[in-house]
Design a protein around this ligand. Sequence first.
Ligand code: GLC
Length: 546
Amino acid sequence: MADFHNKVVYQIYPKSFKDANGDGLGDLAGVIEKLDYLAELGVDYLWLTPFFLSPQNDNGYDVADYRRIDPDFGTMAEVEKLIDEAGKRGMGLMFDMVFNHTSTEHEWFQRALAGEEKYQDYYIFREGEPDQPPTNWVSKFGGPAWAYVPQLGKWYLHLFDKTQADLNWENPQVRRELQEVLKFWKEKGIKGFRFDVVNLISKPAEFADDVEGDGRRFYTDGRHVHEFLQEMVRESGIEGMVTVGEMSSTTLENCIRYSCPQDKELSMVFNFHHLKVDYKDGDKWQLMPPDIKSLKELFAKWQEGMQAGQGWNATFWCNHDQPRAVSRFGEDGAWREKSAKMLGACIHLMRGTPYIYQGEEIGMTNAGYASIDQYRDVESLNYYEILCREGKSSAEALAILAARSRDNGRTPMQWSAEAYAGFSSHEPWLLPPDNYKKINVAAARQDQDSIFAFYQQLIRLRHEREIVAEGKISFLDRENEDVIAYERTLGADRLVVLCNFCGREVSLREKSLQDYQAEGLHRVLGNYEDVGQALRPYEVVVLANS
Ligand code: GLC
């Protein structure tokens, strides 16, 4: 058994986790302060999003030096203390490696701009006329994916912001540089890595216009990506550490290859298909209620497909790029507690390693901002402009951001009912939603029936029951449009998870709850006190025969 199968990862967005020095920005000292809380929750690994030196145009995903700590976050001594203190509490750290691109403030890019050819070959530069980008590709943050440098007479590729220049992985020297970065952090004693958009690293041999789309089909899961990952793992000596790759617009076939043990690439992968079931026509900026039937079909496809191919999923609803799950797939008013628990159980008991994003364990909601001045995220600000330019009124554009902005997931962690949610003594860089007086860690800890207590139970189930970590999965009640249900089996052991995604009572179609009980299954966990006749609003019930 791979040792990450029965583990749970907690994602920390340091800028919004806890501000220890009172400047309104979260920091590493704040993370250290809250380690006891994380140990009490019971998680095994802490993934920290980037805190490396950065101009912060994309909140640290624009790295200017992979080995230095951004002074906004703290010092190397604090990183070392964090690794040490987390280790004492049985938790390992995973750092976030942004290897598809660097900040344009990185020394390599600066030397490229100064005319050093060696460093120009670290990036993807193409000769061209100032009004004619090499291709029509579109940046993931809106606008063209190329920027022109007049003094060089060249364009460079940036799949994200123009201050995030894509690295040229075809250059072996670039690959060696990045391997050295991994060795550096491994030696500091961390236990794993998360690799940012790592399936975009291998670009095509020829750059051509995309007549069908935004260019992604030319570089997603690109021609050398598997080779590059295998080499990176082998040469940097990180085999055996826990690794997760963020895979943008990927395929099941590729994800099997990224994560099956025999190929020696990564431990597991994030894919995002299930987080597009509320995108109208596949467009994030067009609102639609989530389609639970396709959500279920996607889970079934990825869960059963990865199992068949011996791949391993990272299971998750939330991260720093996503709106809050309870506001999106649950109900953040009267049914907030029930639906947050149901959502948690739904992914924690699947086959894969679950990730909890800070605040999810207390049912934090979307931000509820009503004015563009409250937003900070570069993607949200760009799209606000784009939507208005396309003819939407400001109110319409704001309604879209309220549902879709990445800032929804980035509001400060709600620690208490005190000012600024107990996150900071100073006005924070991004405001918490008004509901922090009710929804906060201090309140959750006083309630034995809290979402927090439920997450503790989910983590414990994974640690204690081998079936949760290793059982086979198959989906149940597939035709039911309101319910996601599956069964795990290991030898004679059975575990059945039944989740109602709607605010009405719903009957199961294949077998009733009473049929399952008649087969010898009994309730081991749920968000109602007993097993009813049918599934009540947002109910989850977990049944087992042992
Ligand atoms: C990933 C990160 C996101 C970042 C992007 C570019 O999607 O999660 O926050 O903006 O990569 O690095």
